[in-house]
Design a protein around this ligand. Structure first.
Ligand code: BGC
Length: 377
């Protein structure tokens, strides 16, 4: 993924822009969204398609309600058609067809499979309907917009955390510590970016002999149970000699912790995560998980709603867009990318609790008194 700030692009003279396009073989979609998508202007029927609800609690708890809330606030008379693909790309294609048949004129799609969802973009395009890829990229040049977090940065935050803890000798970490990487689903473009960001920080340590990478695999469908069996296999193979479990999200981290607990190793192994889910934060407070990455989903939902509203009004999204994302084939998709935040035991209060993303009473419910130094005694 290559990102170019829209501010930087604005100041390039036209000749420069043309030259840039010619040199890189890329075309830009920035100006043309409203012209290409004839069905969007005046549209009051929006389809929202989300990918799953097994691995991450985020979709039904945050994404769906926040998207609906923000889109309704922007277009009061809107009808929303919602569907969750339950981790099945074919189901999602059928859900998209159903939404289009029922008159959806703008689609917001968080793809189950970043490549297969191109079929949805093409089918929508045939009816002049724009698709906004939400959170996960769709590899298609006709995508209207992409809204997400800086996903490579998510991986960097996870990798940086591991590097810092190693440097400080926390978790009893020493030179030559064994690390296992349990990545997300290979068909989710985000999972590739999370790993890319993390490995950028981890590989130099491996090259210097500071870390020993003993396992590095993707987990189909971000399946939590599968992550647990992967971890069990690693523990068996390495005779429990594992000091770091890089785990891509909190759902999988929770089952990895179960595998560690079965060997009485929970709390001794540095486990990473992502999403700042209730369970993830509870695992941080009990000391079983070291860190997570908090992504304030309201920012994603609001940016998406603003783009939907701009399409509805037939307006250019202007300064909303803060970058471009390259899809396979070289087309640059105008994008809004928000900033992820690393969270560990030291900043739970200043981040997720302060933002109202999670309530302290919910987090502390079921935890020992005084857990993490922030639950009531
Ligand atoms: C999302 C993560 C989520 C994962 C599993 C990724 O694309 O960015 O927040 O945990 O999918 O659903």
């Amino acid at each position: 993924m290559v990102k170019i700030g829209s501010a930087a692009l604005k100041f390039l003279p036209l000749v420069g822009l043309l030259a840039l396009a010619a040199c890189s073989g890329r075309t830009s979609n920035t100006d043309a969204a409203n012209e290409r998508f004839s069905a969007a202007e005046g549209c009051t029927n929006v389809g929202i398609l989300l990918p799953e609800s097994d691995s991450s609690a985020r979709y039904e708890a945050y994404d769906r309600p926040l998207l609906e809330q923000e889109i309704k606030a922007a277009i009061p008379d809107v009808t929303i058609q919602y569907a969750n693909a339950n981790n099945n790309a074919t189901t999602q294609q059928n859900q998209a067809e159903a939404a289009l048949t029922k008159g959806a004129c703008i689609l917001v799609v968080d793809p189950n499979d970043s490549e297969q969802a191109a079929v949805i973009v093409q089918s929508a395009k045939a009816s002049g309907v724009p698709v906004i890829a939400y959170d996960r990229l769709i590899q298609d040049p006709d995508l209207a917009y992409y809204v997400s977090f800086d996903n490579k940065r998510v991986g960097e935050l996870q990798g940086e955390y591991i590097a810092e803890q190693l440097q400080e000798g926390n978790y009893g970490l020493q030179e030559g510590a064994n690390i296992a990487m349990i990545n997300g689903s290979q068909t989710d473009n985000n999972a590739l970016l999370f790993r890319e960001g993390a490995i950028e920080k981890i590989q130099p340590l491996v090259d210097d002999g500071d870390l020993n990478l003993v396992f590095d695999q993707y987990t189909p469908n971000w399946d939590n149970n599968r992550a647990q069996s992967l971890m069990e296999g690693v523990l068996t193979k390495e005779s429990n000699d594992i000091q770091i479990a890089y785990v891509a999200n909190d759902g999988m981290a929770n089952t990895v912790i179960a595998a560690l607990r079965a060997q009485n190793l929970n709390g001794q192994v540095l486990v990473t995560g992502q999403d700042a889910t209730l369970t993830g934060i509870q695992n941080i407070l009990t000391g079983d998980q070291a860190m997570t990455v908090y992504k304030p989903i309201i920012e994603e939902a609001r940016a998406t709603a603003q783009l939907v509203a701009a399409l509805h009004r037939g307006e250019d999204p202007g300064s909303l867009v803060n970058g471009e994302t390259e899809v396979t084939g070289g087309t640059m998709i105008p994008s809004v990318l928000a900033t992820p935040i690393a969270v560990d035991i030291n900043n739970v209060e200043d981040t997720v609790i302060k933002d109202g993303y999670l309530k302290l009473e919910d987090i502390c419910n079921g935890l020992p008194a005084g857990a993490g130094g922030i639950c009531p005694e």
